[in-house]
Design a protein around this ligand. Structure first.
Ligand SMILES: Cc1ncc(C[n+]2csc(CCOP(=O)(O)OP(=O)(O)O)c2C)c(N)n1
Ligand SMILES: [Mg+2]
Length: 349
């Protein structure tokens, strides 16, 4: 009905007027304490070093199938992890190693899954795109573009039904933002005011296609407008900006206001997957992003400037992180492959 701004549904008001109000007070950034800066630095570095090692193992022919690296996008998942509460859930696409490490999943188990070993988190039978942890509330790992958006909405439906106060975070890309099921999900999420944050990781490309070539509108934060879902664009290369916006969105969801969209403006430094030579963009474009906006370098510079860490302290953190990653690579190469009997387990016939 044209002109209808609200409708009756369980007594809650709905529609654009409330959504507009939600945009006014979103903080652009937040100051971090020394401990927070150090935590962000270590966690982002862990993802960076892990992904570099995964890339090496792939180059050595030790990883079969697809492998999509998260290098460049680390601030998104680390900033969100820092804002989440125990029990909040994450679900994402195939570009998932960073999310798993940020959730606290075992690096050995992740790396061994990449190499298809029995100690992998899916017993070596899922690979890079298919890992899960009920304990850490990580629900995958999905290879079908956009599939996790509907599933993440379902997680939020369960939270609402159980009234457990938890929020689900459904991550998806700029390319996935054009999928039909995203909008079916948006409709239901707002209709029932589900506690879900839709996190659009806009890294400017879907495989080899730039967002400008693929999308009729490029401000993805506004994609929920016709459903009455508010959204903001966030500097996804700045971990503090990510944390600030997520704190806001979390509060919005927990207070029963329904879904929220955070469009994280980010960039992936590597190709879409390990088999992509990335000929669709210039080396200068990547280099400019790395030298001017790198999420880890930003934290490093602030730590040094504030004298919260010395060059030696930061080197020690790097050494410690490299040791964890080296141990995971060792495990991933020495752990046995799954027994042949595993062919008949964990399957539905
Ligand atoms: C339904 C479906 N269509 C197409 C593909 C092939 N595909 C895999 S990744 C991808 C691009 C997705 O880009 P985006 O959502 O921006 O995520 P990013 O890879 O940049 O993280 C496509 C088209 C797929 N896996 N599933
Ligand atoms: Mg993309």
């Amino acid at each position: 009905m044209a002109g209808t701004q609200s409708k009756s549904s369980g007594g809650r008001s709905k529609g654009p007027s409330k959504a507009a109000g939600a945009l006014k007070n979103v903080p652009k950034t937040v100051e971090f304490t020394k401990e927070e800066e150090l935590k962000a630095y270590r966690e982002m570095l862990m993802i960076r070093r892990f992904e570099e090692k995964a890339g090496q193992l792939y180059g050595m022919g030790l990883i079969g199938g697809f492998c999509h690296l998260y290098i460049g996008q680390e601030a998104v998942v680390v900033g969100m992890e820092m804002a989440k509460e125990q029990g909040d859930q994450m679900i994402t696409s195939y570009r998932d190693h960073g999310h798993m490490l940020a959730c606290g999943m075992d690096p050995n188990g992740v790396m061994a899954e990449l190499t298809g070993r029995q100690g992998g988190l899916s017993k070596g039978k899922g690979g890079s795109m298919h890992m899960f942890s009920k304990e850490k509330e990580f629900y995958g790992g999905h290879g079908i573009v956009g599939a996790q958006v509907a599933l993440g909405t379902g997680l939020a439906f369960a939270n609402r039904y159980k009234e457990n106060g938890k929020v689900s975070m459904a991550f998806f890309g700029d390319g996935a933002a054009n999928q039909g099921q995203v909008y079916e999900s948006f409709n239901m999420a707002k209709l029932w005011d589900l506690p879900v944050i839709y996190v659009i990781e806009n890294n400017k490309y879907g495989m080899g296609t730039s967002i400008e070539r693929a999308s009729s509108t490029t401000d993805l934060s506004q994609r929920g407008a016709s459903f009455g879902i508010p959204g903001v664009q966030v500097d996804g290369m700045d971990v503090r900006a990510v944390k600030a916006a997520t704190d806001y969105a979390m509060k919005w969801c927990r207070e029963g206001n329904g879904p929220y969209i955070l469009e994280m403006i980010t960039y992936r430094y590597r190709g879409h997957s390990m088999s992509d030579p990335a000929k669709y963009r210039s080396k200068d474009e990547v280099q400019k992003m790395r030298s001017e906006h790198d999420p880890i370098e930003q934290v490093r510079a602030r730590l040094l400037e504030q004298s919260w860490a010395s060059e030696e302290d930061l080197k020690a953190i790097d050494k410690e992180v490299r040791a964890v990653v080296a141990a995971s690579a060792e495990f991933a190469q020495t752990d046995p492959e799954p027994d042949a009997s595993e062919l008949y387990t964990d399957i539905i016939l």
